[in-house]
Design a protein around this ligand. Structure first.
Ligand SMILES: Cc1cc2nc3c(=O)[nH]c(=O)nc-3n(C[C@H](O)[C@H](O)[C@H](O)COP(=O)(O)OP(=O)(O)OC[C@H]3O[C@@H](n4cnc5c(N)ncnc54)[C@H](O)[C@@H]3O)c2cc1C
Length: 488
């Protein structure tokens, strides 16, 4: 029998779930509190400049292909994709940078130049990373995280030891150059934890990086949101923006309805793609599964200070994606994970997408986004933001050898307070719950509520974890669980 399913939020996970549920013949209504769709992947447009507010790296193109192919479509039906070459650039000090090519053989050459024999180690490392990628993407990440048994397959058993070692140990075993180590440890930062706290199995992110490459949807990541919304609408999904879900009503331990902008609507099934902690606060206390103490003890992915900057000239000596690792990573990481505070000297990421995509800035101008990872929950004021803006721009000017400050047309910022206000994010985390050993698969918050019948969760705080590809997968897992539940 067809049902009506209300979905809270319009991030990638909600959009993905909406498509699968509508395809199965149900009426699906998406409720988004903000004026525009896309959640953390929304867009800022101003004076001819276009910025992605959240994600900028398009990795794991196969996951996007698999998503669209479930609807007999391909990504190219919705957006144009380019493989970036160079994929990205990493600065280690003034005028000292390494370029990560879009071509694997050139990456091997770069490794060999930096450290003799390191390309041989890299080859072996990537072979294991590719096997892990295939095991993870084909066998593990689409599982619902219900039980540990899901993780036990002939392929995973032989890789079990990789859950006991860490990325840090694995990378440092054979590679000695600090620069190459930083490059190899970078991809797991997407999973939200330190390399010393991330199982070695997650080296599949290195295969995603060097093996599958970095892609760019023309017009920016928001084109992927637009494509997914177009697909959802074609399947009959209904969207409501400025629709703030204020309460989930429960009767006899079963969803009874939701209150949106003060108006109660009866509904049988609710799927929430809003942050998990926030969704539980919409329930009466006795129906919440996880206590405040539970969330307090979890390792959250970092928050971030972001700047979206319009420049009146194209910059020199930078690539589309540029990482500034010209300061002590360990010290910065300590301020994120061990002793939540502002870092003295932050490492930062900068994106200059107008370097490869002229649609993102007016002619002879540059659109720049800067991101400093931070501990969630730290004090956020306009004065602190300004201080850190000056810190990173001063460094950027020095390291890349050019004047920048006097070329700024406008800038906007986004930080902890905005994550909380705009997304109801726990402590202002930017991308959910980290993938540490104790927060992997069945150890993550559950997709199906154990206390309220017909209440489900999706998104970066549940399985499989942070990032756009995992969010698409999470939506599929949640939709499948809802459909299975209807049959039982
Ligand atoms: C700055 C930044 C950079 C990132 N970079 C990358 C990257 O380069 N590549 C990558 O793959 N991933 C990246 N990520 C991670 C990726 O963007 C996220 O993991 C993913 O977009 C999360 O999707 P989601 O559907 O789980 O949640 P969200 O996108 O957060 O969606 C949740 C939605 O619920 C809405 N909501 C909350 N409460 C309510 C309510 N009460 N009523 C109605 N609606 C509500 C929110 O407004 C939001 O729209 C980045 C994230 C950030 C923040």
């Amino acid at each position: 029998m067809n049902k009506t399913i209300y979905i809270i939020g319009s991030g990638f996970a909600s959009l993905s779930a909406s498509c699968y549920l509508a395809q199965a013949g149900h009426k699906v209504v998406v409720l988004e509190k903000n004026p525009t769709l896309g959640g953390r992947a929304r867009q800022l447009k101003k004076e001819g400049f276009i910025f992605d507010i959240g994600p900028t790296w398009y990795w794991m193109p196969d996951v996007f292909e698999r998503f669209f192919s479930d609807f007999n479509k391909t990504p190219l039906d919705y957006y144009h994709l380019d493989k970036l070459n160079p994929a990205y650039e990493v600065y280690f000090s003034k005028e000292e940078s390494k370029t990560i090519s879009g071509n694997l053989d050139e990456i091997y050459e770069m490794f060999e130049e930096e450290e003799p024999r390191s390309s041989l180690h890299l080859k072996k490392f990537l072979e294991s990373a590719q096997k892990n990628y295939e095991t993870a993407i084909k066998e593990l990440v689409y599982r619902p995280g219900v039980s540990p048994i899901e993780l036990i397959t002939p392929k995973t058993i032989i890789r079990a030891n990789q859950f006991l070692s860490t990325i840090r140990k694995q990378v440092r075993k054979n590679i000695k150059s600090e620069k190459l180590i930083k490059i190899l440890e970078f991809p797991v930062l997407f999973l939200g934890a330190k390399p010393s706290n991330t199982p070695a199995f997650y080296n599949f992110m290195n295969y995603a990086d060097f093996g599958l490459g970095t892609w760019h949807p023309k017009g920016g990541m928001y084109k992927v949101i637009e494509g997914t919304v177009t697909l959802a609408k074609s399947l009959g999904v209904e969207f409501h923006t400025n629709a703030n879900v204020e309460q989930i009503t429960v009767e006899n331990s079963k969803v009874k309805g939701i209150t949106v902008n003060g108006i109660f609507t009866e509904t049988e099934i609710v799927l929430s793609g809003a942050d998990y902690h926030h969704t539980e606060t919409l329930l009466p206390k006795e129906h919440r599964q996880y206590s405040e103490n539970y969330w307090e003890k979890k390792t959250f992915a970092p928050s971030a200070l972001l700047f979206y900057v319009a420049l009146n000239k194209p910059l020199q000596n930078v690539s589309h994606h540029t990482l500034f690792f010209d300061c002590d990573f360990e010290k910065h990481a300590e301020t994120i994970y061990d002793n939540p505070s502002w870092p003295d000297e932050p490492l930062f990421y900068a994106s200059f997408p107008s370097k490869t995509d002229s649609s993102l800035a007016p002619k002879n101008k540059e659109a720049a986004t800067f991101l400093i990872p931070l501990a969630p929950g730290i004090k956020d004021t306009m004065e602190i933001r300004e201080l850190y803006f000056n810190k990173i721009i001063d460094r950027l000017e020095k390291v890349t050898n050019q004047e920048i400050k006097s070329n700024i047309l406008f800038k906007e910022s986004f930080c902890v307070n905005d994550f909380i206000k705009q997304y109801n994010s726990y402590k202002g985390n930017a991308y959910g719950l980290a993938n540490t050993l104790l927060q992997t698969a069945f150890l993550r918050p559950k997709i199906k509520s154990k206390k309220v019948k017909n209440l489900f969760f999706t998104g970066q705080l549940t399985v499989p974890g942070p990032g756009v590809p995992p969010a698409l997968i999470s939506g599929k897992i949640a939709a499948n669980l809802i459909l299975k539940n209807m049959q039982s």
